[in-house]
Design a protein. Sequence first.
Length: 79
Amino acid sequence: MKIVLTSEEKKALEFRHQHERDGRVRDKIKSVLLREEGWALGKIAQALRLHNDTVSRYVIEYMRSKKIDFSNKGSREKL
C-alpha cells in the first residue's frame, strides 16, 4: 500500500506532530509520514514499538478519512 501526501498535507501533519500532546496521536502521525517516505510497515512498527496491524490500520484510516484523531472517546457515565 503506497501513500502519497501533498506538501500541504505533509506540512500540516508535521506541524500537528510538533504540537500534539497525545502520544498515540503522535505515533499515528509518524506512521503516516514514515510510510509516505517509503518505510516498510514492519520497520515502522519496530521503530515505534507497535504491532504491524496497528501501523497498517493507522495508515489505512488516514488514507480513507484524512483524519488522525481517535474516534473512540469512551462511554458515557452511568452514575
